[in-house]
Structure formats: structure tokens, C-alpha cells
Design a protein around this ligand. Structure first.
Ligand SMILES: [Zn+2]
Length: 192
């Protein structure tokens, strides 16, 4: 067992102990099922875990994460999560949560003038080319703050989601709300 695995297990044991001190029946209730109120699309960034930043207990958020919280119609993983959340879990709201200092957005801005990089078939560059469709020109990238870029990206993802076939079919009556998590203050700011 590596040191990292040891730490992970110790952290988990601490998590279980603390939860059971507050509510001895906690896990007994969890196994009965889930009825989350929210479907959340957030960035994969390690600093922005949605349940943690919103101080939400387990069971409240059905979460899909990818680099720079993108809605891409051909992304089957996203479509599957969205379908399940809307059709079966019947979530009441959809939250799209971006964040400041997003590496995916920064990469998309930086690669605006490096089109040759986008030809690399390594997944990351192909994904960045998707993000690029939601960030402004290189010049505007330089002009806008990190918060403004993230907000723009979130607003574009909301528009993409409204055109997504799964949303149109199963969620058109479900509100979509945009947030930006500000790393410098720890605060979530509503942008819609
Ligand atoms: Zn990010």
C-alpha cells in the first residue's frame, strides 16, 4: 500500500466516524436510494468540488464534471448523466458551475493562435477545441478578467444546454442556473 492510499483510507475512516457521530443512521438512509434536487455540471478542477463549495450533504447533487464544464452534444457521458437526472431522478434544477482561474479556459485562450496544436489527437487538444468555441478572440481573452471569461463560458454552456436534445425532450421545464465559483474568496456568484 502506498502512502497515498494509506492517507485516503485514513481520511475515509475519519469521514465515516464524523458522519456517524452526527447521525448513526446516515448510511442506512443512503442505501435506500437517491432523490437529488440538482443536476450539476462543473469543471474537473480539484479546487471546485460542487458539493463541498455548496456545503451540500451527500444525496443532494447529481454531478457531471469535465474540463471547463462544457456541454458538448456528442459527449455521451454528459448526455447519459443529463438523461438520467431528468428522466429518472426528476431533478428540480440544473446548475452550471464555472470557476475563476480555469485552466481549460486559459488553454483555449492560449491556443487561439496555435491552430496546429488542435490537430493533435490526444483528447486534451480536441477537448480544448470544443472550449474554444465558447471563449472570445485572443484579444478579448487578454482584455477580460478571469471571472468575466468564466461567466461568459457558463452563459454559453447554458445556451448550448437549451439546444441539447435530451434537455429539449426531458427538461425544458427545468430551470438552468449559472454560477461562478471565485477561488480568491471561496464564494459562489450567480451569473444568470
Ligand atoms: Zn476549470
Amino acid at each position: 500500500m502506498t502512502l497515498t492510499e494509506t492517507n485516503l483510507i485514513k481520511q475515509n475512516e475519519q469521514f465515516v466516524t464524523e458522519i456517524l457521530q452526527q447521525d448513526p443512521a446516515y448510511f442506512h438512509k443512503l442505501v435506500k436510494g437517491q432523490s437529488p434536487e440538482y443536476f450539476v455540471l462543473a469543471c474537473s478542477d480539484s479546487r471546485v468540488s460542487p458539493s463541498v463549495t455548496a456545503n451540500m450533504p451527500l444525496g443532494n447533487m447529481f454531478v457531471h464534471r469535465n474540463v471547463a464544464n462544457q456541454v458538448v452534444e456528442g459527449d455521451h457521458s454528459f448526455s447519459a448523466g443529463l438523461y438520467y437526472a431528468l428522466k429518472h431522478l426528476k431533478v428540480k434544477k440544473i446548475l452550471i458551475e464555472g470557476h475563476t482561474q480555469c485552466g481549460g479556459i486559459q488553454a483555449a485562450c492560449e491556443m487561439k493562435q496555435e491552430q496546429s496544436n488542435l490537430q493533435k489527437d490526444d483528447g486534451f487538444h480536441l477537448w480544448v477545441s470544443e472550449i474554444q468555441q465558447n471563449v472570445p478572440s485572443k484579444h478579448q481573452c487578454d482584455e477580460l478578467t478571469s471571472f468575466e471569461l468564466s461567466k461568459l463560458n457558463v452563459l454559453n454552456q447554458i445556451e448550448n444546454l437549451k439546444k441539447h436534445p435530451v434537455y429539449i425532450k426531458y427538461g425544458s421545464n427545468v430551470d438552468i442556473i449559472g454560477f461562478v465559483f471565485d477561488l480568491s474568496s471561496g464564494k459562489l456568484q450567480k451569473v444568470t
